[in-house]
Structure formats: structure tokens, C-alpha cells
Design a protein around this ligand. Structure first.
Ligand code: WTA
Length: 661
């Protein structure tokens, strides 16, 4: 539907009113399209429009946001040059668009509902006015600690409101945030801080998760022994237990924040100024610091949240992710706030004090939109309906799933018992690299089908590749999933390593972005994601590189070599199976598995612990010395009848040992 922008006050009116406006001598500055998709026909029409003129399409979306200066060039670059820009030359500020833009119309509206780990503590309602004030104060506190535009600020926190506030404060002053999930180890934290040379670290004394206290500050202290770039550590208090504070380096948030003024106008940012770095695992080497920039990410977060979830003004939207992951960045923080929504943030875990916690919160807050990961659904399903039936769940309108393929059983359980067969499920496929949702049903608009992410959003052109690296043109097909043209939300680079960015995403299929996932396409064009086709394991929706886990295991004094494989796990989606060659069979003690868990927890974090291990005298290798993971995968799955051709192995005799119990 065509709408018109009149004057400079962003008011929108219908074409019929245009004539009136014309008669009144109002100045018409620009024609643009209101892009909230209303129906499936509307979706199809927008998709066609984006196909016909991709850049114009994205310009029309971006026009819904506030820019201090319009772009000189809407888009440049492609997947051959790999240097992509969107809205170059434009000036804006993301925190301004999330907060200031709403103050007049929604100032008193609740922006954030914060739910404490402790169910006895009442949830906090923070209005747009209050959030604006707290973000401004946090921003001034960062400035007082020497943070300037472009500086990196690392967050290693529990899910406290200050994590969201701090992230928005960075965006306000042009500092680059890098959030590290609170479950990562000291070594993993240090590696990330050192890679981006962060100046300030924000942490908590303790993280509260269920009945556990996570020693965040202690872990940070250990990391900081090898982080010379950090000049200040700001510690927010969460628990009465004491922690060590180092003079001249560590400061209490509460004291520092009080010293800061609440007046902090948003800095002018260039569209391509860095916004954040977020580390994610790849198939090789150390984690990659994906860099997202301001204007394109903003446009994409705004557009995808608005269309996929179809949130209305008085709705209450809850995404259960942690801000340490991309889902928490785009769909707890930026996407909802850009759209003036009410977003819920939960400190705790789904199973404490019991497995009904999510549903108790849904009823208590009258949540309308609920977005979680298949792992959580499966874990709660396994606990039984006794934890669900005490709650009415009648406020729910839309359910979402993200992070890993959702199996049919979990989809049906979610649909029936949580959505009461009336809530559409949006199975949203996307990645840290893509910045926002790429393939997903639009709530209430797209017909859903269990396990299908369905169709791409307008402006997104997925293709499937065959074994020869060619685009498959037949509608019904299975292949490796690539994306054709750049979209505004794509990560622009791997921080300080553009060559690795090129190599990882653009070398397998030149001219295309390779996702690392496999997919099936139906005759109708509906897409089903089948999972990673590279050496990345998805454990409970968390991406873990096999190479990282192998590197950690190999540091154990009695390990010569290891190979790590993902296998189907009933709750976690995938579990980690480690095949290990020891220095000698005699060196293996009873507690070997436990020791390996300790090593992996120390090097990466407990999320990467191997569920199963098998001690072997050799690994199946090709003649060129590469581990034949296909065989290990079959062994890990127990699918011994389908090992395939093993005759080309350098050491075929090893297979017998592998399949022995
Ligand atoms: C997987 C999370 C199937 C996929 C947003 C992708 C999914 C990886 C889905 C990215 C889905 C994410 N169905 N698989 N709906 N969503 N994935 O970077 O393998 O943590 O490549 O981003 O998760 O994980 P990441």
C-alpha cells in the first residue's frame, strides 16, 4: 500500500488525503512504502518488489527510521568484492531510534519488563522514558571511564537490565559492544577481550541462574591476568557474597553510575560505523568476531521483528535467549525497541524453581509473543504436562522457535500444549552473521508446516547448491544453502581479519554467501533447514566448532589426537562425541572422561563438554591424512550398517576397533 510522507514530521497519510494536503499547500517531501506486511498476497507483492529493485526496496524500509542525514549511496558492493555497504554517508544513532524516537508517543509505555531469577521478587517495569534516562547515565559513566567513539567495551554479565542498558549506552556514544556469554570460561573470555582489544569490561560479581551462583567476577579476574587492553572493570552487584576488587582497576557500578549525569545526547553515527562485535564458532580455528555496523543492522532488525512477529501496540513480547547470543541482541534488545514494543528479559532458567517457570511468567505478564529454542521446548516436554496445565497461557498469540532445527514431535507439543492450537509458530532460520531472521513464516500470514522455516523474507534470495557448486534450479531439491544478494543486516567482516571472512563465507561458492547449512526445498518453494554441513555442532542451539573442542581436549597430557563429532541428542539436538587417541592405553584412568570435561570447561565453557567419549588406538584417515568424519558420525549415531566405502582409508583396519563396544 502506498503512503506518503508529508513535511518533515514523519506523519503518514493515505493517498486520498494527499489531495487535501496538496490543496492545503503542504510540502510533499518523499513517497515511500509502508512496509508492515499485512497478508500473504502483500508478502508476495513485497517479495516481487524487492526482486525488481532490491536497493529501492531496502531504501523504503529504512525510510521508516530516523536518519539525521540521508545516505549518499543506498548500497554498494557484492559477494565478489565482499565489501558491502548500506546507506553509506547517512547519519543516525541506533539508541536514538530505539529510545528517543518513542519518547513523545510512547514515553510512559513499558519498554522493558525485567523478571528476576528469584520468583518472589516482583518484575520491574521500565518505561521508555526511564530506559532512556538509564541508558544516558550509563553512557556518561562509560565516558567518565575514558570510553570514546570506536572503543570496544566487553560485557561478561548475567541477564541483568544493565546488560541491555549498557549495550544501548555503547550504541549511544558510538562505542562498540562485545558481549561474551556468561557461561564461557576465563580463557574464552580473555581470547575475546584480546582479539578486539577491549578497553573496559563490564561484569557482575555473581550471575544468578536458578539455585546457582556463577562466579563471574572470579572468572573475569582470571581472564584479566592476560588482558593488557582493559583499563577499567565495572562490577555490578547481584549478590551479597564478597568478591575481590582490585584497586585502580575495579569499580562498583552503583557508585560510578551515580556520579554520571542522566543527560547524554546521542552521538551522530555514520551508517557504516561499527556497532558490535559478537564472537561465534566456526569449523576451524578460534572463534570469529563478526562485526555488525549501524544503519544496515538497524534497518534489518526493525524490519524483521516487525514482519515476522506482527507485534501490536499493547502486546507483551518475550524472547527467552541470553543477550550473550545474537538472538538476544536482535530480538530482545534492538528489534523490539526499534518497533516501540514491550520486551521481556528473564534472568533465570526455565527449570527453576520448577519446570513451570516459563508458563508462570507467561500468565503473570500476559505475554502475547513467546520466542524460544527447540532445546528448551524438548526439555520442558520431557518434564511432563503437570508443569503446564496449572497455567492458562490464554494471553499467547504467537510462538517462535530459533537456533536449531525443531523436530516434528517438539513442534506438535509446542503447538498443542503451549499454543493451544491457535498460535502460529514462527520457525525462524538465521545466524549471527545474518544479523536477523532470513527465512521464516510471518505470524498469522504464512501457512506453517512443522519443521519448515517456510519462505524467505522479502529482500532475501536463498539458493541451493549442488555437489558441483551450481545453483539448483528445479523447485524440489536438497543442497547447501547460500544467499544471493547482500542484505542490510549482513556482518561486514570478521574483526581484524577480512581475509578469513572472505575465505569462510565466499570462497566455497564464489559470488554467494555460504551459510554452512543444508536445506531441502519443496515444490512450493517452502524451505526446511536440515542442519550444519560443516564442522560446527549445534548443542542446545549453541554453535560449537569441533576444532575448538579438539584443541581443548588435546591439551590433556594423555591425549595424542582427538576427533569430535556431533550426534543426535534427544534434548540438546546434538551432543558431542569425542574419539580419543591416548598416549598409551595404560595412561587412561577411570576418571578420564571427568578430566576431559574439566579441561574443556576450562578452555571453552561447560556447554562444550563431550557427552560421550571413546578411546581408540587410531582414527580413520584418508590417504592425504584427513580424518574421515563421515565414518565417525555413523559410529557415533550407532548406524553401523551404513558406514559406506571404507576401502579408500589409509588404515581400514581401524574400523573394526571403532565399531566394537
Ligand atoms: C542453526 C542463531 C534450523 C543453523 C540465530 C544456523 C537453525 C545456526 C534455525 C546459527 C532454525 C538457527 N532451524 N536451524 N530455525 N535457526 N539454526 O549463529 O545451523 O547462533 O547456521 O544464530 O543455527 O546459529 P547462531
Amino acid at each position: 500500500m502506498l503512503f506518503y510522507k508529508i513535511g518533515s514530521d514523519n506523519k503518514i497519510c493515505h493517498p486520498l488525503l494527499l489531495l487535501l494536503a496538496y490543496q492545503e499547500n503542504l510540502f510533499i517531501t518523499e513517497v515511500y512504502i509502508m512496509n508492515k506486511i499485512q497478508s500473504f498476497d502483500d508478502y508476495l507483492s513485497q517479495y516481487e518488489q524487492s526482486k525488481a529493485n532490491l536497493v529501492k526496496y531496502w531504501e523504503s524500509i529504512a525510510s521508516n527510521l530516523e536518519w539525521f542525514k540521508k545516505w549518499d549511496s543506498a548500497h554498494s558492493g557484492d559477494f565478489t568484492t565482499t565489501s558491502v555497504t548500506w546507506f553509506d554517508g547517512a547519519e543516525t544513532n541506533l539508541s536514538y531510534n530505539c529510545l528517543d524516537r518513542h519518547l513523545e508517543t510512547r514515553g510512559e509505555k513499558t519498554a522493558l519488563i525485567y523478571v528476576h531469577n528469584d520468583p518472589k521478587k516482583a518484575p520491574e517495569h521500565i518505561s521508555y522514558i526511564q530506559l532512556h534516562q538509564r541508558v544516558s547515565q550509563f553512557a556518561n559513566m562509560l565516558k567518565n571511564h575514558g570510553v570514546e567513539k570506536g572503543d570496544r567495551v566487553c560485557f561478561y554479565m548475567g541477564m541483568t537490565p544493565e546488560l541491555m542498558i549498557g549495550v544501548l549506552a555503547c550504541a549511544r556514544i558510538g562505542a562498540v559492544h562485545s558481549v561474551v556469554f556468561g557461561g564461557f570460561s576465563a580463557k574464552a573470555l580473555a581470547d575475546r577481550i584480546n582479539d578486539c582489544e577491549a578497553k573496559v569490561l563490564i561484569t557482575n560479581d555473581w550471575g544468578l541462574r536458578g539455585d546457582k551462583l556463577i562466579p563471574l567476577k572470579n572468572v573475569a579476574d582470571e581472564a584479566l591476568e592476560s588482558c593488557p587492553s582493559i583499563s577499567s572493570v565495572i562490577v555490578q552487584k547481584s549478590a551479597p557474597e564478597n568478591v575481590m576488587m582490585k584497586d585502580g582497576r575495579d569499580y562498583w557500578f552503583e557508585t560510578e553510575n551515580q556520579k554520571a549525569s542522566t543527560d547524554c545526547p546521542a552521538e551522530t553515527q555514520q551508517s557504516e560505523d561499527p556497532l558490535f562485535i559478537l564472537y561465534t564458532s566456526g569449523s576451524t580455528g578460534k572463534p570469529k568476531g563478526l562485526l555488525h555496523t549501524t544503519g544496515g543492522y538497524m534497518t534489518y532488525a526493525y524490519h524483521t521483528f516487525r514482519n515476522v512477529f506482527q507485534v501490536e501496540e499493547n502486546d507483551v513480547y518475550w524472547c527467552t535467549a541470553d543477550i550473550g547470543w545474537i538472538t538476544g541482541h536482535t530480538y530482545i534488545t534492538y528489534g523490539p525497541l526499534l518497533n516501540g514494543a514491550t520486551t521481556v528479559m528473564f534472568e533465570g532458567v526455565p527449570t527453576w524453581p520448577d519446570a513451570g517457570r516459563f508458563w508462570q511468567i507467561v500468565d503473570q505478564l500476559k505475554v502475547t509473543h513467546f520466542y524460544t529454542a527447540p532445546t528448551a521446548i524438548r526439555a520442558l516436554e520431557a518434564k511432563g504436562l503437570d508443569y503446564v496445565t496449572p497455567y492458562s497461557l490464554e494471553s499467547l498469540k504467537v510462538l517462535g522457535s530459533v537456533g536449531e532445527p525443531i523436530n516434528e514431535e517438539a513442534w506438535e507439543w509446542y503447538h498443542k500444549n503451549i499454543g493451544k492450537e491457535k498460535c502460529p509458530i514462527v520457525d525462524t532460520w538465521w545466524q549471527t552473521e545474518t544479523g536477523g531472521i532470513m527465512i521464516s513464516p510471518l505470524a498469522g500470514i504464512t501457512e506453517t508446516k512443522p519443521c519448515y522455516a517456510t519462505y524467505p523474507l522479502p529482500g532475501i534470495f536463498p539458493v541451493l547448491m549442488d555437489a558441483e557448486g551450481k545453483e539448483i534450479v528445479q523447485p524440489k531439491a536438497e543442497g547447501n544453502l547460500c544467499i544471493k544478494h547482500p542484505w542490510p543486516g549482513i556482518a561486514r567482516t570478521i574483526y581484524a581479519d577480512h581475509n578469513r571472512y572472505k575465505e569462510t563465507y565466499f570462497s566455497t561458492y564464489p559470488g554467494y554467501y555460504f551459510t554452512g547449512d543444508g536445506a531441502k526445498r519443496e515444490e512450493s518453494g517452502m524451505i526446511r533447514i536440515t542442519g550444519r554441513v560443516d564442522d560446527v555442532i549445534n548443542v542446545s542451539g549453541h554453535r560449537i566448532g569441533t576444532a575448538e573442542v579438539e584443541d581443548a581436549i588435546n591439551t590433556h597430557e594423555h591425549v595424542v589426537e582427538s576427533a569430535v563429532i556431533g550426534y543426535n541428542h534427544p534434548i540438546k539436538g546434538q551432543g558431542i562425541f569425542a574419539f580419543i587417541i591416548p598416549t598409551s592405553m595404560d595412561s587412561i584412568q577411570e576418571n578420564f572422561h571427568q578430566e576431559l570435561n574439566t579441561v574443556v570447561t576450562k578452555m571453552i565453557g561447560s556447554i562444550a563438554k563431550p557427552e560421550k567419549i571413546k578411546v581408540v588406538s587410531g582414527l580413520p584417515k584418508t590417504r592425504s591424512g584427513k580424518i574421515m568424519r563421515r565414518i565417525l558420525r555413523k559410529v557415533a549415531e550407532g548406524d553401523l550398517a551404513n558406514l559406506g566405502d571404507t576401502s579408500t582409508l589409509l588404515n581400514p583396519e581401524i574400523v573394526e576397533e571403532l565399531i566394537k563396544d
